[in-house]
Design a protein around this ligand. Structure first.
Ligand code: XIL
Length: 298
């Protein structure tokens, strides 16, 4: 293939980008998006603050635009994210206990029902594990509703959209470490008890190095019987950027259960990482060396 989407499709994978609806009217942006990518995810438009700005009042304008752009251009959609301790609407930030538990389950049910049949994979829960060496959960108002909040969310999502793959998604889980092992133990427990989980997302917001056991880490999760996906890839600029993008791509391609790769934006100037110049296209829309490195590895 001569584009990322064609080369990935030849290998039975997808290649995706995070999209901001506000940029869909910029032609440089949309030209690259439609030519190179066959999967998209909303950068912000499907998050809790965007979809339920007031309790029980749902807003799907941005999310629906992402879905219709995908459908018009032969792209699948990743749903991101049903529950996350960040970008909670203000009304939920102030809640706790059983009121928050029912509000959060209602959110999962309503949003997954609205998009039912249109989402390839949902990030049901995002970033629920702590950084550092504990391997345990991150403290949040969601976590304080009870340790079973994650499985309750997955069961609600399955009931609302039985056709979507249900993922757990996190960062700093890109090698074998205490945090990724915490997630691994949760996934193993869920599989053993029949909690519905289908995939694990590895955000892969990377600096100037990549863990040497990146591929081995993907493999240990795949061996649990879940799909693995690279969900938010970007890499700090520097001498190793192209090599690191290539290593991530080769690692995914080496694992049959790695369904695809999503980069967290289109051009460097679209990136949340600002001056890191962390993506595959420069601000003029030109392909960077990292682009060739990815294409060669697909
Ligand atoms: C980021 C978006 O890119 C920004 O526009 C927003 O201001 C903050 O969130 N992990 C995630 C993503 O799961 O949702 C985050 O996206 C980046 C880190």
């Amino acid at each position: 293939g001569t584009t990322l989407r064609a080369a990935a499709a030849e290998k039975g994978r997808y290649f995706g980008a995070a999209v901001a609806t506000g940029k869909l009217s910029t032609s440089t942006y949309t030209t690259i998006l439609n030519r190179e990518f066959n999967s998209i995810v909303a950068e912000n438009e499907m998050k809790w603050d965007a979809t339920e700005p007031q309790q029980g009042r749902f807003s799907y304008t941005g999310g629906d635009r992402i879905v219709s752009h995908a459908q018009a251009n032969g792209m699948s959609v990743r749903g991101h994210a049903l529950l996350w301790h960040q970008q909670e609407p203000g009304w939920a930030q102030g809640m706790s206990g059983s009121a928050l538990r029912s509000a959060m389950i209602n959110h999962v049910t309503q949003v997954a029902t609205h998009f039912r049949g249109k989402i390839y994979a949902w990030d049901v829960v995002n970033e629920a594990f702590a950084d550092g060496g504990s391997g345990g959960r991150r403290d949040s108002n969601l976590q304080r509703t009870g340790n079973d909040w994650i499985e309750a969310a997955f069961r609600a999502a399955r009931a609302a959209d039985p056709g979507a793959k249900l993922c757990y998604n996190d960062y700093n889980t890109d090698g074998v470490n205490a945090k990724s092992t915490g997630v691994y133990n949760m996934v193993r427990d869920f599989k053993s008890r029949g909690v519905p989980i289908d995939c694990v997302g590895f955000q892969s917001h990377l600096g100037t190095t990549i863990p040497g056991d990146y591929q081995a880490n993907l493999k240990r999760f795949a061996d649990l019987g879940v799909e693995v996906q690279i969900t938010e890839l970007d890499v700090m600029t520097g001498g190793n950027q192209a090599n690191i993008f290539g290593t991530v791509t080769r690692s995914c391609m080496a694992i049959p259960q790695c369904a695809g790769i999503t980069v967290w934006g289109v051009r460097d100037c679209d990136s949340w990482r600002g001056s890191d110049n962390a993506l595959l296209f420069d601000c003029n829309g030109n392909k960077k060396p990292a682009y060739d490195s990815v294409l060669n590895a697909l």
